[in-house]
Design a protein around this ligand. Structure first.
Ligand code: GLN
Length: 488
């Protein structure tokens, strides 16, 4: 009998089609696990049993008609910034606490059409700003591996539910690392696609030139299935790319012989903890044993990625978040004198500290007199960073690095020091600035028995290559099958 919580998506699909269990039973299984375990994790913001079971029944009917696809009847959960028709989309904010989405995001349309079953909406850092999921109006999310530690952010709920096996797969977004960093902290596989691969329509914007919806799963194989279903042109997102459909599951079995792995000198210099280094070194040895070769590459502007990001992302956020004004969406202050007072009180009460900090930074760097000195300069650096990658990829097929400099840190550890918190994304941010695809896979356990993530960055549109590298590694290692105690 297939174990529901450890089975791959392909195994779940086979079991559904063989009628070993129904989509309704599978959904009920996950809902009851959530009932039992989410009290400790705080990963879900919304669940709705009736809606979930109705979708599961529809999936069962489709299976009975013999019209099932690879994902029909498979449960999925969404970070709470995806619009799912009829469900709240809070973005982890008081501002949108009671906002119910009136339509589906493009990715949600695609996954609904594939027959996936929505389990619920997931906790996150407010408006996706954070690296620990401690910035949520709905409270911090806990790491299933150690409830005193953070799951990473901003897709912390996404990571916690997959790690605790409260969902077989879940969606998040990655603007500066928010899929890869929580995947690393929770022992999961997460992939941020090339910018423009996945439509942003219906995904509440944080920094539009960086945001990408992304799958988080137990394995590269599962990520490939999801990504295949999520990608595609959408005219409603002006940055959506027109490309031929790709089946990311089709090329997972290529031997790694001849693969050239670039190791950025700047990333391996210093700054990463010894336990992280150890795990990365042994993963590299494994990849070499599989036939890959490694070569040192340079990313000379790597040190500028964090400052450039913390100009560009807040600038875009300050503009995107101006729509939350108490008139059109969500929260409105109950008492005010006049229109200006209503705006001020609404935004003062509706947004949390970190969101306000970003809006202030963003407004500052965009204002007359500072625009050239900060925003324009950051955009130039952004181009230099992309050029560095372009040059590096002349010498290698993929770049490998740690995903994060440390394993998951204790709750409260960095909440008083935003800059320390920003450093958690030191290795992930540059691929967003360059628009590159990048993923994290588990490659060991470090201090305190916490997972370590290996980052694989590819050239634009090289998702297939990256997924193949990850899958080959996962054929000879078992880090991705390790379960936190609470999930066994
Ligand atoms: N931690 C980064 C930030 O706070 C990245 C967040 C993200 O990718 N959404 O902006």
């Amino acid at each position: 009998m297939t174990q529901m919580h450890t089975a791959s998506l392909a195994e779940l699909s086979a079991a559904l089609n063989a009628k070993k269990f129904s989509a309704v039973e599978l959904a009920q299984f996950y809902l009851s696990r959530t009932e039992k375990l989410d009290g400790d994790l705080n990963a879900f913001i919304s669940t709705d049993m009736d809606k979930t079971l109705a979708m599961a029944r529809a999936a069962d009917e489709r299976i009975a008609r013999g019209e099932a696809g690879a994902l029909t009847g498979i449960p999925v959960a969404y970070k709470d910034l995806f619009c799912v028709d009829g469900w709240r989309a809070t973005c982890g904010s008081r501002m949108l606490e009671n906002f119910v989405a009136p339509y589906d995001a493009h990715v949600v349309e695609l996954l609904n059409a594939a027959g996936m079953v929505t389990l619920g909406k997931l906790n996150m850092d407010e408006f996706a700003m954070g690296s620990s999921n401690e910035n949520s109006y709905f409270g911090a999310v806990k790491n299933p591996w150690d409830l005193s530690r953070v799951p990473g952010g901003s897709s912390g709920g996404t990571a916690a539910v997959v790690a605790a096996r409260l969902a077989p797969v879940a969606l998040g977004t990655d603007t500066g690392g928010s899929i890869r960093q929580p995947a690393a902290f929770c022992g999961l596989t997460g992939l941020k696609p090339t910018y423009g691969r996945v439509s942003r329509y219906g995904v509440v914007a944080y920094a539009s030139s960086l945001d990408q919806a992304s799958p988080m799963a137990k394995s590269a194989e599962d990520c490939a299935l999801l990504l295949t279903a999520m990608t595609g042109f959408d005219a409603r997102d002006s940055t959506s790319l027109q490309r031929a459909a790709e089946d990311f599951s089709a090329s997972l079995n290529q031997p790694l012989k001849g693969l050239r792995i670039g190791l950025p000198r700047e990333y391996f210099a210093d700054g990463m903890d010894a336990d992280v280094r150890l795990a990365i070194e042994s993963a590299l040895a494994e990849l070499r044993a599989l036939g890959a070769t490694t070569v040192e590459v340079n990313l000379p502007n790597a040190a500028l990625s964090l400052p450039a990001y913390y100009v560009i992302a807040p600038a875009e956020a300050s503009s995107n978040l101006s729509r939350f004004d108490g008139v059109r969406y969500g929260y409105r202050a109950p008492e005010y004198k006049d229109l200006n007072d209503m705006y001020a009180k609404t935004r003062a009460q509706g947004f949390g500290e970190e969101v306000k900090r970003r809006i202030l930074m963003g407004t500052y760097v965009l204002s007359h007199g500072y625009y050239d000195a900060f925003y324009l300069k950051a955009q130039k650096i952004r181009r230099l960073i992309a050029n560095d990658f372009r040059a590096a990829f002349e010498h290698c097929d993929v770049i490998v690095s740690p995903t994060t400099p440390t394993v998951a840190f204790p709750l409260g550890d960095k909440t008083d020091d935003p800059v320390q918190m920003y450093l958690a994304d030191i290795y992930t941010i540059s691929s967003n600035l360059a628009g590159l695809p990048a993923m994290s896979i588990p490659c060991g356990l470090g201090q305190h028995n916490m997972p370590v993530g290996l980052q694989i960055i590819g050239p634009w549109f090289a998702e297939s290559t990256m997924l193949n590298v990850a899958h080959q590694y996962q054929q000879t290692s078992d880090w991705h099958t390790r379960l936190p105690e609470m999930a066994r």
